[in-house]
Design a protein around this ligand. Structure first.
Ligand code: DGL
Length: 273
C-alpha cells in the first residue's frame, strides 16, 4: 500500500473532471490530489471503446508511476469503458456506480433518465449498473454531444444552453422519469439550468458527492491509507497538482471556473508516454 501521505490521483479527458475533484476537495480536507486532464485528446465521449480503453490504461499507469494511493476515474466515458476483470495495484474508483446508487436512493417511480456522451450511452454502463442494482428499473438514455462544448465555452447562461437543455429534458418529461443522472463531467455546471427546466418533481443527480462519500468511507475504514489530520492537506497548500497533456490558452481559466471556490497551481504540461 502506498503511504498515507501519498496523493490521490484523479483523471479525466480534460478539465471537466475538476467538477468531481471539487466534491473530493470539499469532503476530504486532509488529502492531496494529482489531477491529470488529457486535454490533448479531449473529447473521449465521441471515440470508440477500444481507443478510450487505451487512454484509460495510459492515464492509470501514469498516475501509478507518480505513487498515488488511489485513483479516481472522473470521466464517465472512461468509467464506462472499464471491464469487470480490470485490476490495478491501488483501489480504483469510477463514477458510474456512485451515480447509479445516488439515483436509486431517490427515485420513487423507478423511471430514471441518463444524459451522457455518445460513448457512455453506447457502452450502456449506466443501464447495466442500475439494473444490476435494482432489477426491473426502467432506464432511458440520451446522448447530448453539444453540451460539453457549451460548458467549455462558458456559455451556461446563454439562450443556446437553455435551448439544448430544453431539448434534452424532453426525454425525462416524455418518459415520466422522476430522476435524471447527469452522466458527464461537464453537465453539473448546467445543473441549475436543468433544475429550472425540469422543476421540483424531477431529482437531478450526479455522481460526485456519492463518490466523495464512498472514498471518505474507505479512508476511514483503512482500505485507502488516510492522510493524518492536518498533516498533509489542511493548512498545506496547494492541495492540487494540475497536469494536462495540452496546455491551451484557456486551461487555467477553465480550471478556476470548474474548481471554484477551491484553487490550484497553474496547470503544467505532461506527456502520458
Ligand atoms: N469527461 C467526459 C465524460 O464525462 C466528457 C468530455 C469528453 O467527451 O471527453 O464523459
Amino acid at each position: 500500500m502506498n503511504p498515507a501521505s501519498a496523493p490521490i490521483g484523479v483523471f479525466d479527458s480534460g478539465l471537466g473532471g475538476l467538477t468531481v475533484l471539487k466534491a473530493l476537495l470539499d469532503r476530504l480536507p486532509d488529502e492531496r490530489f494529482v489531477y491529470v486532464g488529457d486535454t490533448a485528446r479531449l473529447p473521449y465521449g465521441t471515440k470508440s471503446r477500444s481507443t478510450i480503453r487505451r487512454y484509460l490504461q495510459q492515464n492509470v499507469e501514469f498516475l501509478l508511476k507518480r505513487g498515488v494511493k488511489a485513483i479516481v476515474v472522473a470521466c464517465n466515458s472512461a468509467s464506462s469503458a472499464l471491464e469487470p476483470g480490470d485490476s490495478w495495484s491501488v483501489p480504483l474508483y469510477e463514477v458510474i456506480g456512485p451515480g447509479s446508487r445516488s439515483a436509486l436512493a431517490v427515485t420513487k417511480n423507478r423511471r430514471v433518465a441518463v444524459l451522457a456522451t455518445r460513448a457512455t450511452v453506447a457502452g450502456g454502463a449506466y443501464p447495466s449498473k442500475l439494473q444490476e442494482l435494482s432489477p426491473g428499473l426502467t432506464v432511458f438514455q440520451e446522448a447530448c454531444p453539444l453540451l460539453v462544448p457549451i460548458v467549455e465555452e462558458g456559455m451556461e447562461a446563454d439562450p443556446l444552453a437553455r435551448e439544448l437543455v430544453r431539448r434534452h429534458s424532453s426525454v425525462v418529461v416524455d418518459q415520466a422519469a422522476d430522476t435524471v443522472i447527469l452522466g458527464c463531467t461537464h453537465y453539473p455546471v448546467l445543473g441549475e439550468v436543468f433544475r429550472r427546466m425540469l422543476g421540483d418533481a424531477v431529482t437531478i443527480v450526479d455522481s460526485s458527492r456519492t463518490l466523495a462519500d464512498e472514498l471518505q468511507g474507505d479512508l476511514r475504514s483503512g482500505r485507502v491509507a488516510a492522510a493524518a489530520d492536518g498533516r498533509v492537506g489542511a493548512g498545506a497548500s496547494p492541495r492540487v497538482e494540475l497536469l494536462v497533456t495540452d496546455l491551451g490558452p484557456r486551461a487555467d481559466e477553465l480550471a478556476a471556473r470548474f474548481l471554484a471556490p477551491h484553487g490550484a497551481e497553474p496547470a503544467r504540461l505532461v506527456d502520458l508516454g
